[in-house]
Design a protein. Structure first.
Length: 280
């Protein structure tokens, strides 16, 4: 049945009368229009069923990989209450507006970034907003930001299956999602929740990235499974999904984040993931 709020006879119509309505059987389209001064070819969501698995790290790593491959790249930081992308790239200045819309900050490697941190007087101030306000801000990052010409826009989402992922899936033309996880047995359940949400929203799952897979001993080069044995291959097989990468703990990555120069990093573990992204 169509949405009665858009029907002229909303106060009197019923199931029988709606069957002859011109809008009957048509799914409602919630997609928001992209800023008129922007062109984005592919939108890739990066999601996780729980926090603490390195989702923002994977988002930035994928963005760096595609940027180094010669593509025009942007990152929409949809993690409104826990934004971390600007600091990873060493960006602290406030974004500004123009007649065309909000202008994203540009990292030293050319990656365009928009985050709530770039719109606040104090980047350390907490964002204490309710769900609808947060969802509205995410939509504005799509409709009001002058992204220019982008080949890939990566959307770094907060963990879970709440307001923001739902808003992104409904409002943006997402071409696919990358699910980020870690080796713990518990995470198998969480991965399936994220996977099932994407499928329910008719969003293709590009693949799964396992972070914190192991630590390689600097002396003997043995792989130390700090978080236990990996279950990602079994989980991916059950879901019919591809494993894009298994990324180890690497102090070099942590240093790059702390020193705010993540744009310099090479992540060889995501080579196959980058090739997959080129094909979507």
């Amino acid at each position: 049945m169509p949405d009665k709020s858009t029907c002229a006879g909303a106060s009197t119509c019923d199931k029988t009368s709606c069957e002859g309505c011109a809008g009957a059987g048509k799914p409602q389209d919630f997609k928001e229009k992209l800023n008129a001064y922007s062109s984005v070819k592919k939108v890739v969501g990066v999601v996780s069923g729980k926090g603490g698995v390195g989702k923002s790290f994977v988002t930035a790593s994928l963005a760096c990989a595609m940027r180094k491959a010669g593509y025009q790249v942007g990152i929409l930081d949809a993690d409104i209450t826990g934004p971390s992308i600007p600091k990873m790239y060493g960006i602290h200045e406030e974004a500004f507006g123009s007649e065309q819309g909000m202008i994203p900050s540009v990292a030293k490697d050319g990656t365009k970034i928009m985050s709530i941190n770039l719109l606040m007087d104090d980047e350390e101030a907490p964002v204490i907003w309710r769900g609808p306000v947060i969802a509205g801000a995410v939509k504005q990052f799509w409709t009001d930001v002058v992204w220019g010409e982008l080949d890939y826009l990566f959307v770094d989402m907060p963990p879970g299956t709440g307001d923001v992922p739902l808003t992104v899936f409904q409002s943006l033309p997402v071409d696919g999602v990358v699910i980020v996880t870690s080796p713990q047995e518990l995470v198998r359940l969480i991965v399936k929740k994220a996977y099932n949400m994407a499928r329910m929203m008719n969003i293709p799952v590009i693949g799964i990235v396992e972070n914190y897979s192991y630590l390689r001993c600097p002396d003997c080069k043995k792989e130390i499974k700090l978080f236990g044995e990996s279950h990602i291959d079994k989980t991916a097989g059950e879901l019919g999904a591809d494993v894009l990468a298994k990324i180890p703990l690497d102090p070099a990555f942590a240093r790059a984040v702390d020193e705010e120069r993540f744009y310099e990093m090479e992540n060889p573990y995501l080579t196959d993931a980058a090739e997959t992204l080129k094909k979507i």
